[in-house]
Ligand binder design. Structure first.
Ligand code: M6R
Length: 583
């Protein structure tokens, strides 16, 4: 999703620094990019559709703003890419978020010349009017920002100063001896400095040779609180791997070992769940499926009921929340707006917030009363793999902690890590399967119980990487409609763990086989692999309640190989972004 990176300081290499900063945030997904830097009395703006080039002819300047755009308002073209400028090209702006009332605001700007269809450009023209009216840049930006509806991060410059403010969308400032950096992702600042200031909602920063920090509402001066973070720069390299997705899949055994090193947070959160009067899990996409798994797992392992809602739906059911409720937000990025918004709303009601995230310092991390870091390491591929592994491992540990059997939880996680190593060693088999089914238009994935969220996650992995229409089902639902979709040769993946779902799921496998499906079995249950119902069987040893962990690796690898064999880049699926910071 859109990325912001700016620099002001003593260095004359500002455009180069900004270009490198954009490279560091490009994993978040974008369709066009642009960089602006002062040249004589105005700004020179370079904008391009597509990805950043390998190199760039860097001019000399001590200030630059750069942006990676993920189109929302207006198509993917150079005009709509950021930075945007005012009529005189003396002000430039980069923006993340959506100005919900931009049409109404644009109507009042009849005398201005618009070069794009974006909501963002409206902001710079509004600032132009205020600025021409002899206000300082920060006064002009504050006046305009207060008129914007929606969640926005705005960064503006007049060539001498950078002014930035936000609500909702993340913005971080880095400071070193050489100058100031502003970015939407702290990871992009870390190669330059670990000294960071997280701008809070409703606050504004002005950067020149010094830094000033304000409340937007009344421009009251605030004391900036920089923190020295101890993280490593997360621009993970590919090492020997052709893609980040494959690298991240192969890192998963280690990710599991990381989860069992320190169990203090698990014990603390289990205690909070026990005390709470209603626990709610929220997350989106893959993280949402990890949450749904929590509902099944807590009920199976700990006889504990918890609620789950997709982040974007939570506001419609939040009426049940009280100050005795517990909200557990799960998010790799910690920035997913569909989770951040309901967490903010719940916090206002006095709900206790737990965040389980992979990103230190992220919005959800900072909003939480109890914070747990996933320790999965940077995840750069858009398709989430190792973060899901870490989320599920922690949910399993929480379930066993609630049942007062944490040691048993640790032991099945260890067993799963070993089993995943075996799955990875057999990845060639999955690659061959991908070759057989890569031209399919549709694919279905069936599971019951714990394997139902697994089926949903498997379908998501396959569809986002290979663009094959893949749907996950609770296999009991087949006869209620989905069976009509099965034709001769339709690939159907059936998860067969050695648990109470085995008999029923095998019956469902027979049903799809009888309608001509190409049936792919995954799991282990005495003799099941020899059953002629399967056209292909991928054997995975039973790991009890954590069998989902090695099973999902099968689907991740299948998604990966399907993409590669179809000539697609699995790291950057079309239309998707790593971090979804707009509604
Ligand atoms: O950063 P988050 O975990 O909050 O992201 C949630 C989803 O956007 C994310 O899981 C998405 O569905 C992935 N592309 C799935 O692979």
């Amino acid at each position: 999703m859109c990325g912001i990176f700016g620099y002001i300081g003593k260095s004359k290499d500002a455009p180069k620094k900004v270009f490198n900063g954009l490279i560091d945030i490009e994993y978040r997904g974008y369709d066009s990019w642009g960089i602006a830097y002062p040249e004589k009395d105005s700004f020179k703006i370079v904008k391009k559709v597509g990805f950043l080039p390998k190199s760039f002819d860097f001019p000399s300047a001590n200030l630059a703003l750069g942006h990676t755009r993920w189109a929302t308002h207006g198509g993917v073209n150079e005009a709509n890419a950021h930075p945007h400028s005012d009529c005189s090209e003396k002000l430039v702006l980069i923006h993340n978020g959506i100005v919900e009332n931009y049409l109404e605001l644009k109507r009042k700007l009849k005398k201005h010349k618009f070069k794009s269809e974006t909501d963002s450009e409206v902001i710079v023209h509004l600032i132009e009017d205020e600025y021409k009216g002899k206000l300082s840049l920060k006064e002009a930006v504050a006046n305009v920002f207060k008129r914007l509806e929606g969640l926005n991060a705005v960064v503006v410059s007049d060539g001498l100063e950078i002014v930035a403010c936000k609500t909702g969308s993340p913005l971080v400032v880095g400071k070193n001896s050489d100058g100031f950096i502003i970015a939407s992702d702290p990871n992009a600042i870390l190669p330059q400095t670990n000294n960071l200031l997280f701008i809070e909602d409703g606050q504004m920063v002005s950067l020149s040779s010094s830094l000033e920090y304000y409340e937007i509402a009344d421009l009251k001066k605030l004391e900036p609180k920089f923190i020295e973070v101890a993280w490593e720069h997360s621009s993970a390299t590919l090492a020997q791997y052709p893609h980040f997705m494959l690298k991240e899949i192969f890192e998963q055994p280690q990710v599991l070992y990381n989860q069992i090193q320190d169990l203090e947070s698990i014990k603390k959160i289990a205690g909070q769940i026990n005390k709470a009067y209603g626990t709610y899990f929220i997350g989106c996409g893959t993280a949402g499926f990890a949450c749904l798994l929590g509902v099944y797992l807590f009920s199976k392992v700990a006889r504990k009921h918890v609620n789950f809602s997709i982040g974007s739906e939570f506001n419609y059911t939040e009426d049940f929340l009280t100050d005795k409720s517990l909200l557990i937000a799960i998010s790799q990025s910690g920035e997913t707006i569909d989770v951040v918004e309901p967490v903010n709303a719940a916090k206002r009601k006095g709900v206790q917030i737990v965040t389980i995230s992979n990103t230190l310092g992220s919005s959800l991390y900072r909003l939480a009363d109890t914070k747990m870091l996933l320790q999965a390491g940077p995840e750069k591929a858009v398709a989430s793999t190792k973060a899901f592994m870490a989320m599920v491992a922690n949910i399993i540990l929480l379930g066993f902690a609630l049942a007062d059997k944490l040691a048993q939880g640790v032991s099945i996680i260890e067993k799963s890590a070993k089993e995943i190593e075996k799955v990875l060693a057999k990845s060639e088999e999955i690659s061959k399967l991908a070759l057989i089914i890569k031209d399919s238009e549709h694919m279905y994935i069936l599971g019951r119980g714990l394997s139902y969220p697994l089926a949903l996650e498997s379908a998501l992995k396959i569809k986002e990487t290979s663009y094959i229409h893949a749907e996950g089902f609770a296999s009991g639902e087949l006869k209620h409609g989905a069976l009509a979709l099965i034709e001769k040769g339709t690939p159907v993946i059936v998860y067969v763990p050695d648990d109470e779902t085995k008999g029923a799921v095998m019956a469902n496998a027979m049903e799809v086989k009888a309608r001509g499906a190409f049936v792919i079995g995954v799991g282990f249950a005495d003799g099941v692999e020899e059953n002629p119902v399967f056209d292909f069987f991928f054997k995975v040893a039973d790991c009890g309640a954590s069998s989902i962990l090695p099973h999902v690796v099968f689907a991740q690898l299948l998604g990966y190989y399907l993409a590669v064999q179809k000539g697609l880049n699995p790291d950057k699926p079309r239309n998707l972004a790593k971090s979804v910071v707009v509604r």
